[in-house]
Ligand binder design. Sequence first.
Ligand SMILES: [Zn+2]
Length: 335
Amino acid sequence: MKKNIKEYIDDSVFNFIKKVTQFVNPILLKLNNENGNLLVYYFHGIYENEAQKKLNHVDPQNNLTKTQLIAFIDYFLSNNYQFIKPEQISEGLPKDKKYILLTFDDGYFNNTLAIDILNKYKIPATFFLTTKNIVKQESFWWDVIFKYRIKNHVPLKKIREEQSFLKGFKYSFIDNYISENFGSSATKPWSDIDRPLTVEELRTISQNSLVTIGNHTHNHTILTVYDREEIKDQFHRSNEILCDITGYKPKFIAFPNGNFNFEILEECKEEGFNITFSTIEKSNRLPIKFNSAVMNLNRLMTQTNDINVYGNYDRLGYTAQSLYLKLKHSIKIFK
Ligand SMILES: [Zn+2]
């Protein structure tokens, strides 16, 4: 398919930023004092190997293989980053060190592959769970769209458009859309790659002292689409289920799709969340300041390219993608 002129300019600008940052980042890293830096990363699924990825049972979403996850951990260990739990942020982190916090969103069973690695390295991580999928043993709606459309040779661009379109609606609309378009049993998982954790599996991993369990709402609701009562209900339902399974009420939440606003932060405080996790692609500088009485942390998405290249971007607090979006945003303002 031929690119239009706008897509061509977009790609060229992005590639230019990528090239410049690849050259400049190592120099800046030498000059930059990283102490007082807190990097928070979010992962979705983990693959056993590249062959699993090729099965297209889940939307890849920058999912890493086990080997890539090990390389990721090695990279930050060798750069003297300290892996921490969110509880340590509430207690206050000394500013003379650099920190990293790993988070896994949604509640995929395949995250247990990561737990074996965390155990080996004795590294903590936080898992944000969508409780409806766990309780009902349903795969996630974006994966349903991805795997069925890919199977029918729909171009990736079209799949992304369909997924983005649905993100503007409430879960009841999305649920209907999925069953109307893919059949009533479409959310039945295809394998261990796309299935969520079971209640029993979640109970087991929650007992691991390296694991912190956090809220990711009950229905993976994009909170900005809902009113305050519905938001309260989503937080509360999910917290009750998680408390039943794990024995404790989560103190942390990751916003599905990263969407939040002032009212949502206020509601988080009411529910007892003291740290919230967004998807603003930046690092965090210590001390973390309060925003509407909660600490709202920026998170970087993992990349599948070579850690020794992209790790440099992230340690400086930006990615080529985040710089590109910033530039696009500034151009819009000045237009
Ligand atoms: Zn999510």
